[in-house]
Design a protein around this ligand. Sequence first.
Ligand SMILES: Cc1cc2nc3c(=O)[nH]c(=O)nc-3n(C[C@H](O)[C@H](O)[C@H](O)COP(=O)(O)OP(=O)(O)OC[C@H]3O[C@@H](n4cnc5c(N)ncnc54)[C@H](O)[C@@H]3O)c2cc1C
Length: 415
Amino acid sequence: MARTVHVIGAGLAGLSAALKLSARGDTVAVHEATVFAGGRCRSYHDAVLGMTIDNGNHLLLSGNRAAMDYVRGIGAEHRLAGPAAAQFSFVDNASRESWTLRLNDGPLPFWIFDAKRRVPGTQVLDYVALARLLLPASGKTVGEVIACEGPLYRRLVQPLLLAALNIDPPQGSAKLARAVIRETLGAGGKACRPLIARDGLGATLIEPALTVLRERGAVVRFEHQLRAISFGADRAAALDFGGDIITLADDDAVILAVPPYAATSILRELAAPTEFRAIVNAHFRIAPPAGQPPILGVLNATTEWLFAFPGRLSVTISAGGRLIDTPREELAKTIWGEVASVTGLPATLPPWQIVRERRATFAATPAQDAKRPGAETQWRNLALAGDWTNTGLPATIEGAIRSGNRAAELLARLP
Ligand SMILES: Cc1cc2nc3c(=O)[nH]c(=O)nc-3n(C[C@H](O)[C@H](O)[C@H](O)COP(=O)(O)OP(=O)(O)OC[C@H]3O[C@@H](n4cnc5c(N)ncnc54)[C@H](O)[C@@H]3O)c2cc1C
């Protein structure tokens, strides 16, 4: 009889691990504490807006190779929408200037030499200085490696790193910034095509994964929160779901794919990130104006990225801790004022919703990055997964999926 692998947590890390293991013939049981799968990457029906929305806008890039494999594996690649080439539109809310950054496909950055493709107000030499971020810089912050000022920083590096690291870039880990730049700008336009789940995160990344898992005979149990693990000499021996105890057979295994604060409440000795950053999203039920780009970077505003969906405009604000205590209506009005001004839509506030994820990601500082554990634990049949484990990437979909794949690989190698 096939062994059973218990995957704890049905976020992207847990789902990707479950998919890999079920594909190789393991019996898989996924245990999720809440009533929904997807974790921090989910859709839900919002009663105020009367429509299904995502907890937050999520952007993938065509170079997110593990994420692309994952969507192909669940037959959902047609649900990711984006332009044929790497283009990013920006508007400056202060100067009213707007421009579109157009990267060329290959890894040699010819776009830097073309004033019509690069960031306005920048020179080729500005980009050369940016190359310092491509050098190894363990333990350093971005602010210690590059000058966080000037038009290239304000108009490209700051918005890119703020979105990717979810931290004010000067405080961010230069090592994580390097990984982002290497896998995006450094890999050329082919790796930078922006991709959005047009029909929602649930329909694109989560429900098709659950369907594939169920087709393979995997069980997904909701409202089944792991409370404790009991251990034998070198292995996890039983899982305690609060009254419901599952005893593990000798070759059974476990992947703990929960957020770091949940993992440390179960494994008390585990070192893991302890600081987090918020992400704020504002959703407005209104049809985007004709010609609105799917994603628009907005500078000199509270709004950072404006996403256009059918019947809805949505704004993302990273490192949004400063906005956590702002009254919701005040925030909605401020953000809508900016959106109306950059889109030309009427100033009257449409139906809105604000979603604030307080612990959206671990704080991508060098100190917090140093606390990230690998997938392996001291117990031979227990592996860790999650965007906060040591993936070498910031907390992203790509990192979460790679972590799940890695944990599955580790357990696949068990004798
Ligand atoms: C608002 C927002 C915007 C984002 N934007 C982007 C973006 O544009 N691009 C990008 O790449 N990434 C983005 N991210 C990050 C991305 O969502 C995460 O990196 C990824 O979803 C993390 O997946 P995970 O599986 O590691 O963790 P989670 O999604 O946190 O999954 C963990 C799961 O474990 C469950 N759980 C917890 N404790 C237990 C327990 N004891 N027993 C059983 N189950 C348990 C939880 O309920 C949860 O379902 C964003 C995140 C947020 C919040």
